[in-house]
Design a protein around this ligand. Structure first.
Ligand SMILES: *Cc1c(COP(=O)(O)O)cnc(C)c1O
Length: 250
């Protein structure tokens, strides 16, 4: 070996996908989170393998990551978690599905869609239930939903939220309060639409520790790559970084 190599073990990925899927009920959809280059390797290689395994959805952080998947001929639906207003054009050209997570993004996206006469564009509504990163707070939801109801540009494919502490069982009271708040807000939103947006909340450690919040889909990232605090052994590492030792001093 003459250089530093990052190995991606696609058999380990397959194993992890199967192990995590086996925790889920058969109707639950699986969203693979491949943001940040598949947690530091190659989102394209990871995603191509997962397509052959029957993954239902991908999630990326930014539109350009979704574009890279589309340019590699990946046709699976792609949720963009943190789309920016500069990427409207790319989002539409490459058939990416943005998260609606702020009034700024929502209002500008509606304007863009209506000025381009685009109707029923698939979007995902993000609720903040306590992580406090992005998403509409409980008291903002009504105003945001009215904007969506009053335009014909947006189709809500799903409603989702993100859990803050599923890996820490000492925080289970807080996690349960997040889950309950999500149930309450999402059922209010669903009652407003004649169609049926699906729900998702759980990340990898949520799948293990809070099976009650499986809903219609789960979003797994870190577990696919083989890391899970609780389960040393059950999942296999996908990434191995190998390098040369320059010198050993004894
Ligand atoms: C990164 C991310 C995930 C994946 O979480 P893991 O703990 O890696 O499984 C899920 N949902 C959102 C919104 C994320 O940003």
């Amino acid at each position: 070996m003459k250089k530093t190599i990052l190995e991606i073990d696609l058999n380990a990925l397959e194993h992890n996908f199967n192990v995590i899927s086996s925790k889920l009920s058969s109707q639950t959809k699986f969203m693979a989170v491949v943001k940040a280059n598949g947690y530091g390797s190659s989102s394209v290689e990871i995603a191509k393998k997962l397509v052959t395994m029957g993954v239902d959805y991908f999630a990326v952080a930014f539109a350009r990551e979704g574009v890279a998947l589309r340019k590699s001929a990946i046709k699976t639906p792609i949720l963009v978690l943190l789309p920016q207003a500069e990427s409207f054009k790319e989002i539409i050209k490459y058939d990416l599905e943005p998260s609606l997570y702020s009034f700024y993004f929502l209002e500008n996206f509606i304007d863009y869609l209506s000025s381009n006469e685009i109707k029923n564009y698939p979007c995902h509504f993000k609720i903040n239930t306590g992580l406090n990163r992005v998403g509409f707070n409980e008291e903002e939801v009504e105003k945001a939903i009215i904007k969506i109801e009053n335009c014909d540009s947006i189709h809500l494919v799903s409603i989702y939220s993100h859990l803050a502490a599923t890996d820490d069982l000492k925080e289970s009271k807080f996690t349960r309060s997040q889950i309950n708040l999500f149930r309450k807000i999402s059922s209010n939103i669903k009652s407003r639409f004649s169609y049926n947006p699906f729900l998702h909340m759980s990340n990898t450690s949520g799948i293990y520790n809070y099976p009650e919040c499986e809903f219609d889909m789960v979003r797994s990232g870190i577990g696919l790559y083989g890391y899970n605090n609780e389960l040393n052994g059950e999942l296999k590492p996908v990434h191995t970084l190998k390098s040369i030792i320059a010198q050993i001093i004894e």
